[in-house]
Design a protein around this ligand. Structure first.
Ligand SMILES: Nc1ncnc2c1ncn2[C@@H]1O[C@H](COP(=O)(O)OP(=O)(O)OP(=O)(O)O)[C@@H](O)[C@H]1O
Ligand SMILES: [Mg+2]
Length: 405
């Protein structure tokens, strides 16, 4: 089987997915914007061919170059796991009459108001959402919805330019700041816990499901540098407090018409226990969550995805012996990593339960925490007792610090 794979090098999980396709026996033809020699070794070994394009986000140009490269040949599938290119992948599938999500279905996973509209039309609970083109429409939407509300670009990712607005006076300065976005999504603000629901599907049926908890919510974590964000997998998907979100997730997959591949949904659980849809993407989650899910089940989702896409089947994946948590650190101070505190004591207390420790070494320049959730490093801990995982995650977040100068 020949698979055209868009963007094999970013985000950091992508080389592993290229490897997964290769392991499953596919020939992988990748398209990226860097030189082939610059790709991670794992990717290079998995590729049968590589096309370097100058501007990956210039859809028309990339489409032309791919068609010229193919020269009349046709791959069996086109795969893309990176949000900004999922629509281009859909366009190419339609152009070449290939299986997988087409443009209409992909819009349901990419355009937030349209996604919400389709989910709401099926009778599922979504935040009230209005689409606004320009400041006047945004003001009218805010007047209709009331405060607090959420303001964000229609095609957003990484919580970039997403804001909670608490009062009318705060609206105009934000609209000015967001002027470069053609369309905004104006939404009812939902108060509650924020969770996720991931699947790997084959022909529309989940063969793998997972639920994680963001602590605190992604928005709060993205806007406060001092916080050490935690993402923790739920060990028991049958727990009563997850039933509403899991049912919501399954229903959303049916409504939006998923096929074969990963999905990543975010949802809210209100204090009253109601599950409310947030958003969904037709790709795996970022923030190292694929690794987190692998640590939760002692499974290899990279290989499983490769098998699902290439052969239409996957190994048994639904064991969850652990609850795993990943905790991200932002160093205090600017410049280069100079040291840490609290790590030795943490490892003395919890060392056997640390699945991975990946902090920037002393001397490394700090990463831009506003651009990458991976920040200045992370740890993964896991335990068969979810309460212990929670305790370890909280301890790492509050007692371990990185310093830069
Ligand atoms: N209606 C809402 N009510 C409450 N919080 C919200 C709402 N919409 C978004 N948020 C918060 O803002 C965050 C970012 O919003 P959203 O997920 O829609 O944007 P995004 O840019 O796709 O983010 P990401 O790529 O990080 O998932 C959410 O994870 C959530 O914490
Ligand atoms: Mg989101």
């Amino acid at each position: 089987m020949d698979i055209l794979y868009l963007n094999p090098s970013f985000p950091p999980e992508m080389p592993m997915f290229a490897r997964g396709l290769h392991q499953a026996g596919a020939r992988v033809w990748a398209v990226g914007d860097g030189p082939r020699e610059g790709l991670p070794a794992a990717t290079q070994g998995a590729l049968s061919g590589y096309l370097q394009v100058p501007r990956l986000l210039d859809e028309d140009d990339v489409e032309r170059r791919i068609l010229a490269w193919l020269g009349g040949r046709c791959p069996d599938r086109i795969e893309c796991q990176w949000e900004p290119l999922v629509l281009l992948a859909a366009r190419l599938r339609e152009r070449l009459s290939l299986p997988g999500l087409g443009v209409h279905a992909t819009v349901g996973f990419r355009d937030k108001p349209e996604m919400r509209a389709r989910v709401a039309a099926a009778g599922l609970r979504v935040p009230r959402t209005l689409r606004a083109r320009g400041a006047d429409e945004a003001r009218a939407a805010a007047a209709a919805l009331g405060f607090p509300l959420i303001l964000k670009p229609v095609q957003g990712a990484g919580s970039a330019d997403t804001f909670r607005v608490d009062e009318p006076a705060a609206l105009d300065p934000l609209l000015e700041r967001l002027r470069h976005h053609a369309e905004l999504s104006v939404e009812e603000f939902i108060t509650g816990q924020e969770l996720t629901y991931e699947t790997l599907c084959i022909d529309g049926e989940p063969v793998y499901e997972s639920i994680s908890h963001y602590r605190p919510s992604a928005l709060v974590a993205r806007q406060n540098e001092w916080i050490s964000p935690i993402i923790q997998t739920e060990k028991d998907l049958d727990a009563p407090h997850l039933a509403g979100g899991r049912a919501l997730g399954r229903a959303v997959l049916r409504v939006l018409g998923v096929q074969t591949g990963f999905t990543h949904m975010e949802w809210f659980r209100t204090d009253a226990g109601e599950a409310i849809f947030g958003e969904i993407a037709c790709r795996p989650p970022g923030a190292n969550m694929v690794d987190l899910m692998n640590y939760t089940g002692d499974i290899d989702l990279y290989a499983a995805w490769g098998a699902a896409v290439t052969r239409g089947r996957a190994p048994a994946l639904q064991r969850r012996p652990y609850s795993a948590a990943i905790i991200f650190k932002r160093a205090q101070g600017q410049g280069r990593i100079a040291g840490s505190s609290g790590l030795d004591a943490f490892l003395r207390a919890y060392g056997p339960h640390v699945a991975r420790l990946d902090l920037l070494p002393v001397g490394a320049p700090r990463r831009d925490w506003t651009q990458t959730f991976l920040s200045d490093g992370n740890i993964v801990v896991r335990h068969v007792d979810q309460r212990v995982t929670t305790e370890m995650a909280d301890a790492f977040a509050s007692t371990v610090a990185l310093y830069a100068r």
